[in-house]
Design a protein around this ligand. Structure first.
Ligand code: ZN
Length: 413
């Protein structure tokens, strides 16, 4: 998706602000001789920004305004533990709440709703984002924070909460408790707004069934305001995002080039009007694609697909990008196959091509040859690559409590 004229002007303004502030990125742009942009081509020449920059600039090196304008900070630690600090001005806080309120509206939530907020409050952006958006919308916030399931259920019943906001794992826990205690009839829940970590279709089904609610995926990350920069509508055809606040491009994570609309790659986000810590071309490492065309709901806001996983997990064979989650999805469609698999990739020098070996498991009562043929056929039609498939009895592949390494690549060794 290309930048429109307004977005080009907004980004040009951001670059000039950053340079004037002399912050981490301002200095970087000055050193690179960047003074602004006038076109898509100029924009695509800008360097990417990364979480590592934010760590290098710890604690306040990315602040791009006078400190007197900063009203709040948030922080995310990520998986490595080194924190990053994001400063917000009053306008940033207000813009975020506006975006969040728009998310609630897109989910059909109104000022008559009672929203029970279970994500945590504090340094991270979750609880307070759900709360500010709720107040901006004019709905009633029930600010519970995480845990204390006993009290959550009591408030849910006594206050007749209509909306639950939660991580997918906590929503599942609540759903199980509701079922166990037979409380479903006492609840008035209609909708759930769920933080957009990747969650399985089975998990979604269970929460949906046990609580009898519509589910919405909200997207966002601390570096870019927090949750609330996008959400799916009731047509469940991707996530609408707010292109008056952010610009999203999808890049090939290996080459860094933008891919055509519709093609999968890594989400890169540019903030258009942020003041405290503007970020241009921030690499999220989240995988998705732009969904071309307009949504049936009539919204003009563009869409990305639900998050497919992390680019760090991607691998490439015959020039085709593949992700472990695609293989998982595909195996679900093979009767008899378990969810376990392993992939080995090597280079066939004689024939100058990559070879891919896919090992899957199947229940002994199924015909292994049929499982193998069906897997290969699905791989060809859905992913466009023909692997050699080996089928073994269930329990043969190694299991690991930690994340199992499923892809072994011998090509560069
Ligand atoms: Zn829509």
């Amino acid at each position: 998706m290309k930048l429109n004229e307004t977005q080009i002007k907004q980004i040009d303004r951001q670059i000039k602000r950053l340079i004037a502030s002399g912050n981490y990125y301002g200095k970087m742009y000055s050193e690179l001789g960047i003074t602004g942009i006038n076109s898509q081509e100029d924009f695509e020449k800008l360097p990417f920004s990364e979480k590592n920059d934010l760590r290098n600039a710890y604690p306040l090196g990315i602040m791009a305004c006078d400190e007197s304008e900063v009203v709040r900070i948030h922080s995310s630690s990520g998986t490595t533990g080194t924190p990053v600090i994001i400063p917000y001005t009053a306008k940033d806080v207000d813009d975020w709440a506006t975006m969040f309120a728009r998310c609630y509206e897109t989910a059909g939530i109104t000022n008559k709703d009672r929203i029970q907020i279970t994500p945590g409050y504090g340094l991270w952006t979750a609880g307070i984002g759900f709360q500010a958006g709720c107040e901006k919308l004019g709905a009633m916030a029930i600010p519970m924070g995480p845990g204390n399931t006993e009290k959550q259920l009591k408030m849910m019943i006594d206050m007749q909460s209509t909306v639950i906001t939660a991580t997918s794992s906590y929503a599942l826990l609540l759903a199980e408790e509701v079922k166990k205690r037979g409380l479903k009839d006492k609840l008035n829940l209609k909708k759930g707004v769920i933080g957009s970590e990747r969650w399985s279709e089975q998990m979604r089904e269970r929460i949906h069934n046990e609580l009898g609610i519509e589910l919405y995926d909200i997207y966002g990350l601390t570096e870019i305001y927090g949750p609330g920069i996008g959400i799916n509508c009731s047509f469940e055809s991707g996530i609408h995002y707010w292109d008056d606040y952010i610009y999203i491009e999808i890049i090939d994570p290996v080459t860094g080039e933008q891919v055509p609309d519709g093609e999968e790659g890594e989400i890169v986000i540019t903030t258009l009007v942020k003041e405290g810590a503007p970020l241009l071309r921030f690499r999220t490492h989240d995988l998705s694609r732009i969904i071309p065309g307009e949504c049936q709901c009539g919204s003009k806001y563009p869409r990305i697909d639900i998050i497919k996983g992390r680019s760090d997990d991607m691998f490439k064979v015959h020039g085709v990008n593949m992700f472990p989650c695609q293989v998982e999805d595909l195996l679900k469609q093979v009767e008899g196959a378990s969810s376990e698999y392993s992939i080995t990739i090597a280079r066939d020098e004689d024939n100058n091509k990559d070879v891919m070996l896919l090992t899957v498991e199947a229940d002994g009562k199924y015909d292994f040859e049929a499982v193998s043929a069906r897997t290969a056929e699905l791989f060809r039609s859905l992913i466009g690559v023909s692997p050699k498939v080996i089928v073994l009895p269930i329990g043969t592949l190694p299991r690991s409590e930690k994340k199992t390494k499923r892809v072994i690549d011998y090509r560069n060794n």
